[in-house]
Design a protein. Structure first.
Length: 96
């Protein structure tokens, strides 16, 4: 989910990193828009808040966000989530 001063919307997160992500959505925000974001991560009960993210690019129904402000506890959760997925992917690759 993401919002600015005028809009609340939701989309599908793609390419999540600790620095940002891409979101596929019906109505992408214009480039350079500042958004508040709530990430719903699998296997986690609470959403992960990103206090400030900037729209860096828009291509059709996709937009790329760069995270600027993430609360410390949320940042730890984000780093842990991304790290765990990297380890899972590495295990998958080495078993193939």
């Amino acid at each position: 989910m993401f919002s600015d001063m005028e809009t609340i919307a939701e989309g599908k997160v793609m390419n999540l990193t600790v620095f940002g992500c891409a979101i596929e959505c019906a109505g992408a925000a214009p480039q350079r828009t500042t958004l508040r974001v709530r990430l719903i991560l699998p296997d986690q009960a609470q959403s992960l808040p990103v206090e400030e993210a900037e729209v860096r690019w828009v291509q059709g129904n996709r937009m790329g966000l760069q995270f600027h402000k993430v609360e410390r506890a949320a940042d730890f959760r984000l780093h842990g989530f991304v790290w765990d997925r990297m380890i899972e992917r590495l295990r998958t690759i080495t078993q193939e």
